[in-house]
Ligand binder design. Structure first.
Ligand code: ZN
Length: 264
């Protein structure tokens, strides 16, 4: 592998017509990645696509894409044992537009804690989705406050803040508990995150695409694919004024460490 897409959804229906071509193009471009489940069915599909060499799976329940689903701890625990599952999630808190804020937040927090407990039990890192309400860091603050006591009691707990949109102060909180922050190809068309990215140790950054979402400049609004992770590496190197090859190699190494990937 040369690149690692820490968060994509190529099990979703958007790839039904050309999934094997997308996977072949990843292999060709030496792009590996984690196929992330958002509910039980998509987690099972992610496991079915994982090969344990370049493609891996993450299993969990997204905080609000699947509001009616019950978190079946026993089912998730069984899925989490699968050898190609390298992370637990996506899970977390999404406060962007909660309809019944108080009961919805309580529901999300409860399910998030179950994922954290599963991560501790399995020794696998968390894949966290946290989306604050507009103009605030609320979901990050709450996620950190929930994570911190678990981290204090279980030093081995780790995880990635997927599609990170927080500020530098918020980023530093997650760095302080050994978490990584992952960035997508939105870096190709906005400078909103440059200051935060420059403030971070390179060792706490990961690359991802969130494909089929978040296509890079030139492709906006179209379906994205994991090859765009190359654009993310290029953008991160440029924002940080660092050598692209050094950045690429470091980011790949960060992913290997976070997800305990085999060395290939
Ligand atoms: Zn996602």
């Amino acid at each position: 592998m040369k690149y690692f897409d820490a968060h994509c959804h190529i099990q979703m229906h958007q790839y039904d017509d050309d999934r094997s071509a997308v996977i072949a193009s990843m292999k060709e471009a030496e792009v590996g990645g984690i196929i992330v489940g958002v509910d039980r069915e998509s987690s099972e599909k992610a496991i079915a696509l994982a090969n344990g060499v370049t493609l891996f799976a993450s299993v969990g329940l997204h905080p609000n894409d699947t509001p009616d689903e019950v978190f079946d701890m026993d089912a998730m625990r069984a899925l989490a044992q699968s050898p190609n599952v390298v992370a637990i999630g996506e899970c977390g808190l999404d406060y962007y537009r909660p309809e019944e804020p108080e009961s919805e937040k309580a529901r999300q927090k409860d399910i998030f804690k179950k994922h954290i407990e599963l991560a501790i039990e399995t020794g696998k890192p968390l894949m966290i989705h946290a989306r604050p309400s507009k103009g605030t860091m609320d979901a990050y603050d709450d996620a950190f406050d929930i994570l911190k006591p678990y981290k204090d009691a279980h030093q081995e707990l780790r995880g990635d803040m997927h599609f990170f949109v927080g500020d530098a102060v918020t980023a530093a909180k997650f760095v302080s508990i050994d978490f990584t922050l992952s960035y997508t190809a939105v870096l190709t068309f906005t400078h909103d995150y440059d200051e935060t990215i420059r403030s971070l140790p390179l060792s706490n950054i990961l690359t991802e695409t969130d494909a089929p979402y978040a296509a890079p400049a030139g492709n906006r609004g179209k379906r994205n694919d994991p090859l765009a992770v190359r654009d993310v590496v290029k953008a991160l190197a440029s924002i940080r004024s660092e050598d692209e090859e050094v950045v690429r190699a470091s980011l790949l190494q960060n992913a290997r460490l976070m997800f305990a990937l085999p060395n290939n």
